[in-house]
Design a binder for this molecule. Structure first.
Ligand SMILES: Cc1cc2nc3c(=O)[nH]c(=O)nc-3n(C[C@H](O)[C@H](O)[C@H](O)COP(=O)(O)O)c2cc1C
Length: 209
């Protein structure tokens, strides 16, 4: 088995290390973050770092990269306090990836990448009309990480999803929703369900649902 240490990782070529460490966490969710600048320009960016932080109340995190270059998503969230999280589906995976290009502050990735901004229920941030699942969040806190990245913690104020994707127990049929996931910084995958288990209790072993 290959064994890599801190020293090995530090010695790798930059791109090799970036590919390795971006792949090492396994599959990640694929989402587009929709925002608007203080001047009213819409912005869209693919993020793989959406994480669950709690469900009562519903709290999610996203990690934004160090502000060594302009980070429009981060600046817009700071300016307006609101953002949307929109699931990427297979139909528009290429266009979703293209939002990661460094477009200028006055260029909207919605127009540049072929997405339609949708405004719902007076929420100030734009949803992606082409997405089947969209969430509206309000920034609650900002946690700086020692390496310059920032964890943005937001509360979920709105969820929009197709009726047929929502199961009676509240779980989502993500395959039916056409959801894809990400590996590294450039791989997109469709996943098939493997198994579902009942709540795990000691002494019972894994119980199929
Ligand atoms: C697959 C993939 C996942 C990404 N995930 C993140 C992420 O979680 N956080 C982040 O800050 N940037 C992430 N990026 C980079 C942003 O999409 C990219 O920096 C984009 O230009 C940001 O746009 P903005 O300046 O309009 O916010 C990712 C890029 C790709 C291709």
């Amino acid at each position: 088995m290959r064994h890599l240490t801190t020293a090995d990782i530090a010695a790798f070529d930059k791109i090799y290390r970036l590919n390795l460490i971006n792949s090492i966490t396994g599959y990640k969710p694929a989402n587009l973050i929709g925002t608007t600048s203080a001047e009213g320009t819409t912005n869209l960016a693919i993020f793989s770092s959406v994480i669950h932080l709690g469900s009562a109340p519903a709290v999610l995190g996203i990690v934004t990269r160090p502000a060594t270059v302009p980070r429009h998503t981060y600046e817009n969230i700071k300016a307006t306090g609101c953002y949307t999280i929109n699931h990427v589906v297979a139909d528009f995976v290429g266009a979703a990836h293209y939002t990661s290009a460094e477009f200028g502050r006055d260029e909207s990735e919605f127009a540049q990448c072929g997405f339609t901004p949708a405004y719902r229920d007076d929420f100030p941030a734009p949803y992606v009309a082409e997405s089947r699942i969209g969430l509206g969040l309000r920034l609650r806190e900002e946690l700086p990480i020692h390496n310059g990245t920032v964890l943005l913690v937001g509360t979920v104020e709105h969820i929009y999803l197709p009726e047929e994707v929502l199961r009676p127990d509240g779980t989502l049929d993500l395959q039916q929703a056409g959801a894809v996931c990400i590996s590294g910084l450039d791989g997109y995958h469709q996943v098939a369900p493997l198994a579902s288990f009942a709540y795990a209790r000691p002494g019972q072993g894994p119980q199929p649902k």
